[in-house]
Design a protein around this ligand. Sequence first.
Ligand code: PMP
Length: 291
Amino acid sequence: MSQEYQVYIDGTYVPKSEAKISVFDHGLLYGDGVFEGIRSYGGAVFRLDQHLTRLFASAKSIDLQIPLSYEALREAILETLRINQLRDAYVRVLVTRGIGTLGLTPASCPVPTVVIIADYLKPLFEGVNVRAIVASTRRNAATALNPMIKSLNYLNNVLARLEAIHAEVDEAIMLNQNGTVAEGTGDNIFIVKDGVVMTPPPTAGILLGVTRDAVIALAREEGIPVVEKDFTAHEVYNADEAFLTGTAAEIVPLVEVDRKQIGDGDVGPITTVLINQFKTIRTTGTPIYPA
Ligand code: PMP
């Protein structure tokens, strides 16, 4: 039997089968907490500092004091990968409000819980030309629960994903409260029209994806124009190409939305360039095992 993965919980490592937290943790009771999903490629963690910065920003926004310094948490992530002898991995970092009473007040939770899970995760939608619907569930209003906060409260996204499951497609595209396109349920969206790459701006009510950021930089390096602008479902249907980006999904072609074929229904030329370029940079992150 292969060795069981070790999960970091509050500074100690426990085997995966014994990795449990209290039912009184407000992460479970109220989705009160924040998280990150991070990948490593060939022994290097992709954009580790960008993920950590986003985690600390999410925590700050919900008044959650992460009980480790930035450096200590960074090292704990790398150590969790080393203990599990992983090179190509997916890391899930969670910081919950911690154990408290049944009431929702965070004041009853003195110590946040920190969990780091490092495991293998195959790319979501691997080898799939993604088909999607536009969900009737709108993305949370930024004035209610800002999508920039990567919180443990993913029910908004889960409801949209359920719509995709019911429609027997791979993913759901979520509109914001204004009715323009926001993002997928766990990924950002890009379209290509007349050689220009477009993605919704931060004000569209989206998570500012690390992969989104990397793809924007890659496109610009390739001399491909990129604009952050609002667009509607109509513009997605009539795009030449479309693709989704995310840590779990990486870069995947989006070839059909609401039963309408996008472009020629296959992975487009600009999408192909970006997928190939992404493969060349993804191993350039923070080394897990310094030489
Ligand atoms: N939007 C949402 C709602 C997400 O959950 C994710 C995954 N973290 C993304 C976008 C993509 O972000 P990233 O590229 O940082 O994984």
